[in-house]
Write a protein that binds this ligand. Structure first.
Ligand code: UDP
Ligand code: MG
Length: 313
């Protein structure tokens, strides 16, 4: 039997918390009765510096029922940090932890599958949306483009997986060996390794209230993800520089032909070749400096160089 914790970051979620807690209570009762999880399993609500009475509701839930516990951040730090804080509270106290949104968009019934996969020996289980029927065409295209673009830019993420996932206690512990401050959990979790599985679910509409992720925040989130996981943009500068220098050589040949065949205005040949050559050399130089900056960037993260899964002694 698994001792399961669920971590739920909440930012101004007073409209949804009663319903969310009610449905979680039902789910936990069912899982406990079916002996899928232990009776001391818990739900941790993380209040991410809400301005409404989210924390009072969490206190109330906790005083009525031991299933619910809470953790309050001193101010709003954003979804990723709130989630990490909740995972920190869970670390060392459970066998497995599931992270979930508070707005019931993530299908609670997928929890059964998460636990089943965990018991089958998967240390990391990703919740993946199978359809996006309920999203508008715009949201669907931008969201799916987001995952493709992230992967293209060198930030490895699981397609259509947000932050609905299960981590076993080993993976959870290792996650905290990643000390970086710019947090992009869905890019970090694949770096931990371990055997992983996927669980497919349908994502619902928000139960109540408004999304705390407007487009502007989404874009900055994507940029954060790329810039905190990958130095591919720097490498692209060097590639561009090499292409420019190559173009300058082609132009050199072309303009020499024009010059000798008498078709060139005087001064044009040297000007056009130097523009491309200097441009290309500039880009290569910036790229080389960037390579070093990239190395410094990776060093400062002090990520674990390896994670040992098992040892035979
Ligand atoms: N959230 C948070 N801090 C923030 C923004 C959001 O803890 O600064 C929580 C929010 O309460 C919710 C989850 O993160 O439980 C996902 O946010 P939301 O549902 O607004 O995002 P969307 O589903 O629209 O992408
Ligand atoms: Mg949501």
């Amino acid at each position: 039997m698994t001792k399961l914790f669920i971590v739920i970051p909440c930012y101004n979620e007073s409209e949804v918390l009663f319903e969310t807690s009610k449905r979680l209570k039902e789910k936990f009762t069912e899982l406990i009765n079916n002996k899928n999880i232990t009776a001391d399993s818990k739900v941790i609500f993380v209040d991410d510096g809400s301005q409404d009475n989210t924390w009072e509701i969490i206190e109330q839930l906790h005083s009525k029922d031991n299933l619910f516990s809470g953790c309050k951040l001193s101010r709003n730090r954003g979804h990723q940090n709130a989630l990490l804080a909740g995972l920190y509270c869970a670390k060392g106290n459970c066998d497995a932890v599931i992270s979930m949104d508070s707005d019931l968009q993530d299908d609670i019934n997928a929890i059964d599958d998460f636990i089943r996969e965990y018991e089958n020996g998967y240390e990391v289980v990703y919740g993946v949306r199978n359809k996006r029927e309920k999203d508008s065409a715009f949201k669907r295209v931008t969201a799916e483009g987001f995952y493709k673009f992230m992967n293209f830019m060198g930030a490895e993420v699981v397609f259509n997986h947000a932050d609905y996932r299960l981590l076993g206690k080993n993976a959870l512990e290792k996650l905290f060996e990643f000390k970086e401050v710019n947090l992009f959990l869905r890019g970090l979790v694949p770096l931990i390794g371990y055997k992983s599985a996927k669980v497919y679910y349908e994502r619902n509409e928000r139960f109540a209230g408004k999304s705390k992720y407007p487009l502007k925040k989404m874009l900055s989130f994507a940029f954060d993800g790329i810039s905190s996981l990958s130095i591919k943009p720097i490498k692209m500068i060097i590639h561009l520089g090499i292409i420019f220098v190559f173009i300058s050589l082609i132009i050199l040949i072309y303009s020499l032909i024009s010059y000798f065949s008498g078709n060139a205005v005087s001064g044009w040949t040297s000007l056009i070749v130097s523009i491309w050559a200097i441009g290309g050399l500039n880009l290569i130089a910036i790229g080389i400096i960037g390579e070093y900056v990239g190395k410094v960037f990776l060093e400062t993260k002090q990520r674990p160089r390896f994670i040992i899964e098992e040892e035979l002694k």
